[in-house]
Structure formats: structure tokens, C-alpha cells
Write a protein that binds this ligand. Structure first.
Ligand code: ADP
Ligand code: GN1
Ligand code: MG
Length: 371
């Protein structure tokens, strides 16, 4: 993506139905993909804040279909939350229309912009401060799954084809390895072997899906802890955000992606692997929260395979980071040259640790099912 041309900001901001007098705009958050800003408006004594985002069209090649998914899902959630007696302005994203009544605006560089109500008094966490945070995020993603259980998944566009198809991620990895564009492969033989030794495992979930043993659902596909807004006062999970990857998919991918990010004792890019461990207590907190809320809509086969989902998504993410390292850091935003390698190594350390704690993971699922 070309950097955002800041001179275009005034012309972008005026295209949305924001309320009040424009006060200012600042870069916001720490996502890896989109360019996110908070925009401040003043109306009498009130401050109105909004999120303004440029969609990363290198990653999302069809932003129009992406926005159709976001509009469909947020509308549905809005009405489901209202019916359940919740607050739809806080518990789901609310798109701000453009002055033309569309939900996105294309700038003169071809950048796609959209805006949301800013959900105030919330925090996004890069790491769980305690078990309760992670439990809360589980309840939020569980609620997302529950509320969307009857949404017709097949009407959603696949915003990134084969996004969580792990065998396909292995193919992309092998291509990057073959090309070895930056001559980095020799430095990472150990990590390459780690991936290749687990090639067979990568087929487990896609095979179950192909055999009709796992249902296709509306899934979020990027269920990191930092994609849930947590109430700053009460600590309760409030709203699932970052809906770009909402697609038809497997619930196990959503469960697994949460675990790989949140049940680690260290940051995703921690260079000191002695600090990186898979924390069974955090795994239990998430499993409990997720099953308490989504358990009633999940099938036995889904619940049986939760640990497989956790290991699969951790391995897959490690493969993606290593692939990007080999390809020269072209996909994930990086702040230093080894960051993707550091990220890949943390994921592989977690996979190894899960393999050692494999039986305990199944025992935890058993303890919290059918409650
Ligand atoms: P990315 O795909 O780049 O991760 P996100 O959609 O997750 O982009 O947004 C980046 C960050 O912006 C989030 O981590 C969160 O801190 C903040 N954010 C996004 N939407 C909202 C919102 N509606 N209200 C408040 N904060 C938000
Ligand atoms: C990206 O957008 P963000 O930072 O929430 C990525 C996820 C990865 C994650 C790793 C569209 O998520 O798939 O798991 O980084 N999103 C996309 O941190 O590729
Ligand atoms: Mg995000």
C-alpha cells in the first residue's frame, strides 16, 4: 500500500456524515493491516469521536465485497442485540454512511475509506492483564458466534480465499522457500524443518470439513484479544471489532486463533523464547467463557476438536509469519527486520508446548462441556 497522502484528509473527512465541527485526526491503534485514525468533532459541549480507516487493498483485493459483508453482519447484529435488550451502539460496530449514502468512499489515489462510531470508554489489550480479560474476550467471541448462528453463511463473500486453509498455507510457504528472495532460508533451517514435520497434521480440519463432519458457520477469522473492546470501567467484553475477515468458516479457527494469541505468556513478537509459554490456565479461562456462551450452538465434533483448532491456528500463523519473512516482509507490517521471524518462533514455541500439554487440553475441554 502507498502511504496515506495526508493532504487528502480534509477531502476524505468531509465525505462522511460526521456530526459537528471537525477538531482533529490522529493515527490510532496498533493493527497490522489497515490504516486507522480517530477523528474528533465538536458539537456544542459534546465531543463526537469516530474511527476512520483505509482498508488495506493489497490484503483485501475486493473491498466492495468486503464492505457488503460488514454491512450485512453489522445490520444483523444490530437487530439481534436490540432484540436481546442490549445496546447496539456499543455492542457492535456502527458504520457511518457517506454523504452519498454509501458505506465507503474511494479517494483520488484509489484508497477505500470507511468510518465507524468510536466506542468510548473501552480498551484494546495486546496481552491479557489477567485471566478475567481473556475469559471476557471468550464470552464476546462466543456471543458473536451465538448471535450469528442463523445468519446465512453462504451469502458472505470470501474476502481472502482459503484464508484459514492450513494446507494451502504450506503451499504458499513452499513457494516462498523455493524462491528464497532475500536469501534468508539458510538462517532458518530449524524453523523450516519444524513446519515440514507437521505437514500431515495441517490436513486434519480441512479433511473433517470435506467429510461433512464440521459445519460451515459465519466466522470472524481474526479473533485476537485486541479485536475485542473491553469496557474500561467494568472489564467486561463489549464489542467484537475488525470484521474484514468475516467469512464462511470453521468455529475452530476462531477458537484457535484466540488461543494462539491470548494463551501465550508473552507478546506475539517476543524475541526471548524462554518467556514464551502456552498457559493452560489461560486456555481454561477461554474454553470456559467460550463454551458458556457458544456451547449450545456448537456440535459435539466442534467441541471435541477445540484443542486441534488451537494447535492448528498457532502452527498456521507461525507458517504465515515464516513465509512472510522468507518473502521479504511484504504482508505483515514490521518495525524491524527480524520481527516476522521472531513472530514465527513464538508461534512454533507455543505449538511445541501445546504438544507437551496435549492431554491436559482435552481434559479441560471435557471439564467445561455440557454445563
Ligand atoms: P486492523 O485490521 O489493522 O487490526 P482494526 O479494525 O482492528 O484494524 O482497528 C485497529 C484498532 O483501532 C483496534 O485495535 C482498536 O484499538 C481501534 N478501534 C477500531 N474500531 C474501533 C471502534 N469502533 N471504537 C473504538 N476503537 C476502535
Ligand atoms: C493480522 O489485522 P490484524 O492485526 O488484527 C492478520 C491475522 C493474523 C494477525 C497476526 C487479514 O491481524 O490473520 O493472525 O495479523 N490479518 C489478516 O497478528 O491477515
Ligand atoms: Mg485488529
Amino acid at each position: 500500500m502507498k502511504p496515506v497522502n495526508k493532504a487528502l484528509f480534509p477531502s476524505i473527512v468531509e465525505k462522511f456524515q460526521f456530526d459537528g465541527q471537525f477538531v482533529g485526526l490522529l493515527p490510532y491503534g496498533s493493527g497490522h493491516i489497515n490504516d486507522t485514525y480517530s477523528v474528533i468533532f465538536q458539537m456544542d459541549e459534546h465531543i463526537n469521536r469516530y474511527i476512520l480507516q483505509r482498508i488495506n487493498t493489497d490484503v483485501f483485493c475486493n473491498p466492495v465485497e468486503l464492505m457488503e459483508n460488514v454491512v450485512g453482519v453489522t445490520r444483523y447484529l444490530h437487530s439481534a442485540i436490540t432484540k436481546a435488550g442490549g445496546d447496539p451502539k456499543r455492542e457492535t460496530l456502527n458504520l457511518i454512511p457517506t454523504v452519498d449514502g454509501s458505506y465507503y468512499y474511494v479517494d483520488e489515489q484509489g484508497g477505500y475509506w470507511r468510518a465507524y462510531l468510536f466506542i468510548e470508554n473501552t480498551v484494546t489489550l495486546q496481552r491479557a492483564r489477567n485471566k478475567a480479560d481473556f475469559y471476557e474476550s471468550a464470552r464476546s467471541f462466543g456471543r458473536f458466534q451465538l448471535l450469528l448462528a442463523d445468519y446465512p453463511a453462504e451469502t458472505l463473500h470470501e474476502t481472502i480465499p482459503l484464508f484459514h486453509n492450513t494446507p494451502n498455507r504450506i503451499l504458499q510457504f513452499q513457494e516462498a522457500l523455493q524462491a528464497d528472495k532475500k536469501g534468508r532460508a539458510d538462517k532458518v533451517r530449524k524453523e523450516i524443518d519444524f513446519v515440514l514435520e507437521r505437514e500431515e497434521f495441517t490436513h486434519v480440519l480441512v479433511d473433517l470439513q470435506a467429510q461433512g463432519k464440521l459445519p460451515l458457520r459465519v466466522t470472524h477469522n481474526d479473533t485476537k484479544l485486541n479485536n475485542v473492546l473491553i469496557d474500561a470501567g467494568t472489564g467486561l467484553g463489549i464489542c467484537v471489532i475488525d470484521l474484514d475477515t468475516v467469512m464462511p468458516g470453521l468455529s475452530l479457527n476462531d477458537f484457535g486463533d484466540s488461543i494462539r494469541f491470548g494463551a501465550s505468556t508473552a507478546a506475539e513478537d517476543e524475541p526471548d523464547l524462554s518467556k514464551v509459554n502456552f498457559d493452560l490456565d489461560l486456555f481454561e479461562a477461554y474454553t470456559q467463557g467460550y463454551l458458556e456462551v457458544a456451547g449450545k450452538v456448537l456440535t459435539d465434533a466442534e467441541i471435541d476438536n477445540l484443542p486441534v483448532g488451537a494447535k492448528m491456528l498457532t502452527l498456521e500463523c507461525g507458517i504465515r509469519f515464516l513465509t512472510d519473512y522468507l518473502a521479504g516482509d511484504i504482508y505483515f507490517k514490521t518495525a524491524h527486520p527480524n520481527q516476522n521471524l521472531d513472530r514465527a518462533r513464538t508461534q512454533f514455541k507455543l505449538v511445541q508446548d501445546m504438544e507437551e500439554k496435549w492431554d491436559a487440553m482435552f481434559d479441560i475441554v471435557k471439564k467445561h462441556r455440557n454445563k
